[in-house]
Write a protein that binds this ligand. Structure first.
Ligand SMILES: C[S@@+](CC[C@H](N)C(=O)[O-])C[C@H]1O[C@@H](n2cnc3c(N)ncnc32)[C@H](O)[C@@H]1O
Length: 223
């Protein structure tokens, strides 16, 4: 995603009540930030926010976190927040590599990885958000029994991710190479990238992986 640099992006983001400038301060205390004990769902690499803003609007009893490393991209997300505000949405500019600095063990109840950058070159594989080092980081913040939902247009990246989730000990519950012709479409909220690729006729891949260290299953239902 190429966007022109915006000077003082963090200052501009701070004008939004949804933006959290010092997320480290809430480690282990996110329920205090949201002022309730509702579950917390997070999108990593939320881009311009079409998905997470709709999710937060339609699910007031769930808390949502939009985590995105580019503050310039987040300026676009902030503009989409309805003027009456969304008290169940927190927006963070942060690199997923350092998630353990802002979340305690078991603090997150679901992760969404939507159209993450595929980093096709082998020498960049460590940057993929489904590479083994990231899958280990997620285990340190997810509550056992939680789901990760991953969508991508990129078939090679999807095959790689299926394998990495399996070998990292996650339970692959469901997977499809064609979300829009599967049983898993109900309730699907498209992201910006998803709408673009789907409108071009590109099939969308999706998997659901469960982190449950005490209960590893072997079966995957394909559709
Ligand atoms: C291809 S875009 C997809 C955006 C959106 N999820 C969608 O589907 O339309 C990937 C986004 O992930 C962000 N990103 C990539 N690596 C990241 C990381 N390590 N931590 C946080 N965000 C990251 C990028 O800045 C970019 O905005």
């Amino acid at each position: 995603m190429r966007l022109r640099n915006v000077p003082n992006a963090h200052e501009k983001l701070s004008e939004s009540t949804n933006y959290i400038r010092d997320p480290q301060a809430y480690k282990g205390r996110w329920n205090e930030y949201f002022k309730n004990d509702n579950p917390i769902y997070m999108e990593i690499g939320s881009g311009k926010g079409q998905f997470i803003i709709r999710m937060a609007s339609e699910n007031p009893d769930i808390n949502f976190i939009a985590l995105e490393k580019s503050p310039v991209v987040l300026l676009q997300l902030i503009k989409k927040i309805p003027s009456d505000g969304l008290v169940n949405l927190a927006v963070i500019s942060f690199d997923a590599e350092k998630l353990e600095e802002i979340f305690d063990s078991g603090e997150i109840n679901r992760l969404y990885l939507n159209f993450s950058d595929p980093w096709p070159k082998k020498r960049h594989a460590k940057r993929r958000l489904t590479s083994p080092r990231f899958l280990e980081i997620y285990k340190n913040i997810l509550k056992p029994g939680s789901l990760i939902e991953f969508k991508t247009d990129n078939r090679d990246f999807f095959e790689y991710s299926l394998e990495e989730f399996r070998s990292s000990g996650y339970n692959l519950l469901k997977a499809t190479y064609d979300l829009y012709n599967s049983d898993f479409l109900e309730g699907n909220i498209p992201t910006e990238y998803e709408s673009k690729f789907h409108n071009m006729g590109v099939p969308i891949n999706k998997l659901f992986a469960e982190y449950d260290p005490k209960n590893s299953k072997e079966e995957v239902s394909h559709n």
